[in-house]
Structures are given as structure tokens and as C-alpha cells.
Design a binder for this molecule. Structure first.
Ligand code: EPZ
Length: 433
């Protein structure tokens, strides 16, 4: 089983290009199902979740070709309306294909996505919204059989929670619905805006304003070319490593407006930030201050996906920080692993209290979910000694060539074919800036 081996304690310096956004490219790939044509998508990161989405498209009958970070998706022929359980289980966010399949095909069979390491991840908001639009949904033995008896009709959808996935599913399902569909209390994440931009490039008619999304149905969608936005969560993960290790790093090709709420946390922790629209320079002397209270919230609040990595950074801050996770019910899986490295963290329900220590110590740890993996890398880079991180498959779901990225910044980090005990190491090609 692969592992990542890190000799910690080195400062990080240099320039890093930030990958395209996983959580933007996934719904945009699903949206390609709407298009009876060919779409060209740039800045698509090489991730296992993206590979899973490509497999779903191919399984539905699409042709998909990758040329570097560009994906060419030909959805002129869609030959089936079901997604195999194996692919649904590989990536629970496959549920976002549902809306596009209903709009294009009028039917969809797929298994319930099920929960994952960070929570039960129900889809009740998705299904109640689709039922409102005229979809019949049969749930049997963990499978979903969805049909559109007539044409999907435009509706007013009021989401009980600004669910990202539910917002995306309704945007896709309503693309061809007659009339105007309005989603109130919609998610406002940048990835939603990127999906709307892609849909409009395909000839759809989607407008976002003040927490509502308005979709005016069109008859069809056509070829489009689109560049996926940068990954704000990957950017924040790299920032936590620079903050914790100390150093001076410039992140390029980012959209700093997409993570403004988190930047304030780094300033409070004692980092210096120079920010322009598409670049961010972060400097840290490695001596951080605790941050009194961080609460994850829907966008534009502090992002839940950055909670683990920021916690790792605060493990070596001077003083006690408090973090409250309000989005997912089980998103502290990284805590026991951080404790193995010497972190002093107490959790009670959705609240974690982190009492900073002078140094963490390298240890053999296991990433149990994607963002926990990013957090363990941050902690290991800052720790004294050697860390071996297993569960690399989780990390590869959302971080492209993460070792190569950190190596360009001066980190001593390798992917090991074995469980970290063997020294046979594989170097990954460094993505050219
Ligand atoms: C998206 O997940 C992201 N994934 C997540 O990123 C991210 O953490 C999350 O949005 C919140 O920002 C992708 O975009 C692929 P939600 P999603 O629906 O759509 C509850 C990562 O690490 N809920 O906004 O699944 C749900 O249980 C991943 O990159 C319902 O109760 O998130 C959760 O508590 C992790 N019923 C909360 O809402 C529903 O029908 C937020 O879920 C849907 C959601």
C-alpha cells in the first residue's frame, strides 16, 4: 500500500501553481451530459475523483479524451441511463449526474450514494427538490429509479439548507424545463458560479443573485469551451503548511476572492499576506498565534473543507484555538492522528479545542478522508523527524501531485510504494509552472 514519507522541519519557499478546482470540475463534467455536442474543459486537475467522473461519462456512452489538463467530452451519444453501483460507491458526489441525466434522458437509475467518512451525507434535499419539479423517485433496496413522466416543470425550490450538491442537481435538472426555476437559499460557493458560467457558455440561461439561482429553461445546450476555476481548498491547504513550517511562498493562478474569509484567519495567526486578484504571497516565521474561534459555515463563511488543515496549523500555534464544525457531523477524523504526532486537542461534539505545542513529532499516521490527509501532510511537514502517512488514495482524490508541489517548495517528501517502511521511492513529475 502506498504511503507518503516526510522528513519535517524544513521551511517552505518558492512559487506554486494551484490546480483546478475538484469541486468545480465534477459538476461541470456532469453538466456535459446536457450537451448534444463536444465540450472542451481546461484546467482539469488529474485526480482520482475526476477519473471516476470520466468513467461515469464513458459508461453513459460519452467519449472523453484527456490532453494534459484539458478534457474533451463528446456527449452526442448517450446510450444508457444508469450508473453502475461500483462507480457510485467510488465517488459519492456522482449523485450530481442525476439532474443532468433527468434533463437529457428523462430517466436515471443509480444506487444511493451512501455516507462517507465525514458524515451520513443524505440526499433528501436533492430528491424533494426533484420531486417538486415533477420527477417520480422510487427508492428500493438502496437503489434510486427516477423518471420524468412528462416534461420537467419549472418550480420554486426553497432549500432547507444551502446544499451545494442539491443546488447543482436542480440547476442541471431545470436547464431544459419550461419556464423559470428559482432556487432560494441556494449554495453560493464559487463552484456554483463556475457551473452557471459553464451552463451559460452552453447556451443555457442561469442567473445568480443574493442567494438565489434563477434558471430559465432552454430547448437544448450546445458545444462550449470553459476553463475551470482554481481550487480554493488546495490553495488554503498549501497556505497552512507554509504558516506552520515557516517560509515565503507565492501561490499563482488562484482567485483570492474565493477564500477571503479564510485569509483573515492566517493574518490573526501571524502570517503576512500580499494579495492580488490571482496571486497570494504568504510569509510566516513559523511562530504562530492561536486563533480564538473559527466556525465553519456555508460560503462566504469559513469553508468546512479547510477545517482540518487549519487545525493542523494551529497545533503549533502559541495558545489555545477553538474550532466549531457546523457542516458535517463527523469531520474530526484527523484529530486522533494529529494526537499521535503530539498535538493537544480536545473535542466535544462539533467543537475542538487546540492547545498549541512548541513542536509536533513525526509519526506513522493514517489519512481516513481527503481533507484529513491534507491536514496530516501539513502537520508532518512542520513536525520534527520522519512521518509516514498511509491512506494516500484519499489524498489523491483531491490533491494533484501533492508531493511534487511540496518538493518544489523545498520539502523533503516522497511517495513510497510500500507502507513507508521500505525505502523504494517513486518521484512524481513536477507540474511545470
Ligand atoms: C460539497 O459536498 C463538496 N463536494 C464538499 O467537499 C463540501 O464539503 C460541501 O459541498 C460543503 O461545502 C463536492 O462539491 C464534490 P452539501 P455536498 O450538500 O454537496 C447536508 C471535499 O472535501 N445535506 O452542501 O455533498 C449534508 O449532510 C468535499 O472536497 C442534507 O442533509 O455538500 C451536510 O451536512 C467534502 N441533505 C450539509 O448538508 C441533502 O440532501 C452540506 O452538504 C444534502 C446535504
Amino acid at each position: 500500500m502506498e504511503s507518503i514519507v516526510i522528513h519535517g522541519g524544513r521551511k517552505l519557499e518558492g512559487t506554486l501553481h494551484v490546480q483546478g478546482a475538484k469541486n468545480a470540475v465534477l459538476p461541470i463534467l456532469a453538466a456535459c451530459v446536457l450537451v448534444n455536442g463536444v465540450c472542451v474543459l481546461h484546467n482539469c486537475p488529474v485526480l482520482t475523483d475526476v477519473a471516476a467522473a470520466i468513467e461515469i461519462l464513458r459508461c453513459l456512452g460519452c467519449k472523453v479524451r484527456r490532453e494534459g489538463h484539458t478534457l474533451i467530452v463528446d456527449a452526442r451519444v448517450i446510450s444508457r441511463c444508469s450508473i453502475p453501483d461500483s462507480l457510485m460507491r467510488e465517488m459519492r458526489s456522482s449523485i450530481v449526474f442525476l439532474g443532468a441525466m433527468l434533463a437529457r434522458l428523462g430517466a436515471a437509475q443509480l444506487c444511493m450514494p451512501g455516507g462517507c467518512e465525514i458524515g451520513s451525507r443524505p440526499i433528501d434535499l436533492h430528491l424533494s427538490a426533484l420531486r417538486t419539479m415533477g420527477v417520480t423517485v422510487q427508492e428500493q433496496n438502496g437503489n434510486l429509479c427516477c423518471k420524468v413522466p412528462n416534461r420537467l416543470h419549472s418550480s420554486v425550490i426553497r432549500l432547507a439548507f444551502p446544499s451545494v450538491g442539491a443546488t447543482e442537481n436542480v440547476m442541471l435538472a431545470s436547464a431544459f424545463a419550461k419556464g423559470r426555476t428559482v432556487i432560494y437559499n441556494a449554495a453560493q460557493e464559487p463552484e456554483i458560479e463556475d457551473l452557471a458560467d459553464f451552463l451559460n457558455a452552453c447556451g443555457c440561461n442561469v442567473r445568480i443573485d443574493a442567494g438565489a439561482v434563477r434558471i430559465d429553461g432552454v430547448d437544448s445546450a450546445h458545444d462550449a469551451e470553459h476553463t475551470v476555476i482554481p481550487d480554493r481548498i488546495a490553495a488554503l491547504s498549501y497556505m497552512t503548511a507554509v504558516a506552520a513550517c515557516g517560509g515565503d511562498v507565492c501561490l499563482k493562478d488562484v482567485r483570492t476572492a474565493h477564500f477571503a474569509s479564510a485569509n483573515e484567519v492566517f493574518r490573526q495567526a501571524g502570517c503576512e499576506l500580499d494579495i492580488s486578484a490571482t496571486q497570494l504571497r504568504i510569509r510566516s516565521n513559523g511562530c504562530l498565534r492561536a486563533v480564538e474561534h473559527i466556525k465553519t459555515q456555508p460560503y462566504p463563511g469559513f469553508p468546512t473543507d479547510a477545517q482540518a488543515a487549519v487545525m493542523a496549523m494551529l497545533c503549533v500555534a502559541h495558545g489555545t484555538s477553538t474550532m466549531t464544525e457546523t457542516i458535517f457531523e463527523n469531520r474530526f477524523n484527523h484529530v486522533p492522528q494529529l494526537r499521535r504526532m503530539g498535538a493537544v486537542i480536545r473535542t466535544k461534539g462539533c467543537e475542538a479545542r487546540i492547545r498549541g505545542v512548541k513542536r509536533l513529532s513525526g509519526a506513522h499516521v493514517h489519512a481516513v478522508d481527503l481533507r484529513a490527509g491534507g491536514a496530516l501532510i501539513t502537520a508532518a511537514l512542520a513536525a520534527d523527524g520522519v512521518s509516514v502517512i498511509e491512506g494516500v488514495d484519499h489524498i489523491d482524490r483531491g490533491y494533484e501531485t501533492i508531493e511534487a508541489c511540496y518538493r518544489t517548495l523545498g520539502a523533503d517528501i516522497e511517495r513510497s510504494a510500500g507502507s513507508g517502511k521500505q525505502q523504494s521511492k517513486q518521484k512524481q513529475p513536477v507540474r511545470q509552472l
